[in-house]
Design a protein around this ligand. Sequence first.
Ligand code: CO
Length: 460
Amino acid sequence: MGVKVVDTALRDGHQSLFATRMTTAEILEVLPDLDEAGYHALEVWGGATFDACLRFLNEDPWERLREIRKACKKTKLQMLFRGQNILGYKHYPDDIVELFVKKSIENGIDIIRVFDALNDLRNMETVIDATKRYGGHCQIAFCYTTSPIHTVEYFVEMAKKIETLGADSICIKDMSGVLLPEDAYRLVSQLKANTALPVELHSHCTAGVAHATYMKAIEAGVDIIDTALSPLSSGTSQPPTESFQYMLRGTQYDPGLNLDRLNAAAEKIKLVRDKYFASGVLNPKALMVNPLILQYQLPGGMLSNLMSQLENQGAIGRYEEVLREVPAVRADLGYPPLVTPLSQMVGTQAVMNVLTGERYKLVPEEIKDYLRGHYGASPGPIDEDFRKSIIGADKVIDYRPADDLKPQFENLKRKYQDLARTDEDVLSIALFENVAVNFLEKKYLPRKEKEIHEINLHIG
Ligand code: CO
């Protein structure tokens, strides 16, 4: 049996390269070919696609999913799900999370890949249970990162727990692209030796090492690799699908993809990519290799964010200092993986520590909430004196943060009964309230009714 392939072009590909701006029409163009190409699955939904549809494209993300499902008769559809954050940036109550899983599956998703920024499995429990209950394939991902506590043994122990939780497969999610070939070989071998779960590898080409890392992971027995069709591959995206089909063809790992179909789809996506390239939405920097991330162990997006933060403050001369401060802040916080939202939080704290000339003189509220346990458990221990120096005697919770959240769906449904026509509409509002309301008003309310609706809201 060859290695299986999941194509990420229609989710992570355009999310990594041009801010998730691909439209449903552009996606539908290539699906007939991709559906016939022989993939294990297509990653097409979740992550930032939902927000981008509502906020920038004036599109209903649920309709996009149904259209994609209609166009894909043969291939499984996969989505990325941020644990208790669903597709947003905060914790949502369990009733919203559960219904979101149910509706995702009802509207066409087969495989839900769930992860949590801190690898706190408690933040994934509701998603896992709901995915199983509604008949989806539950893939649990862990965020790969390097630190004194993130050893191969640490991830193997986590994988064993993942297996006990009832996962159908496991994914190494290397969002920064820092997994090196030899480490991948060891990690995959150990995961295969210690669990019975199929193992998938997801990495990014940012540091220039992903092709080699994939090859070593394949030699170690990885079951599935994430690649992106060539026009939406490389740089900050995944390695190119077609290249892996060529590299593995005729070997025991041959994925058996239909190159004619891949090439036909690539021809069409090239036009889309060139359009975003010409309009400047695709920045050529996103396609460049950045091995410095291996030195600093920071995601590529974080390096460019820090640079622009410092430029805005007229302090670009302190860049190196800030890069040295980031690992120190991360150590203070118990080594959180640098993935959204922790990457932004740690970066901002590092900038503040350097620019104020005194560490933790200024501390953003998000960091305080993290120290209060509101994001979940930190991977490593946090020094209690350090914690007290930042949040004083504030309560620190040691239970699952969502346990404090009350059910919300029925309230939202009542509040927006004049606007939301389906449960899916209510879920859109639950995740991105103002943005979704804006979108739904444009979708459902002709101008005159819209004015009446606004008046009613004022009276009500
Ligand atoms: Co990714």
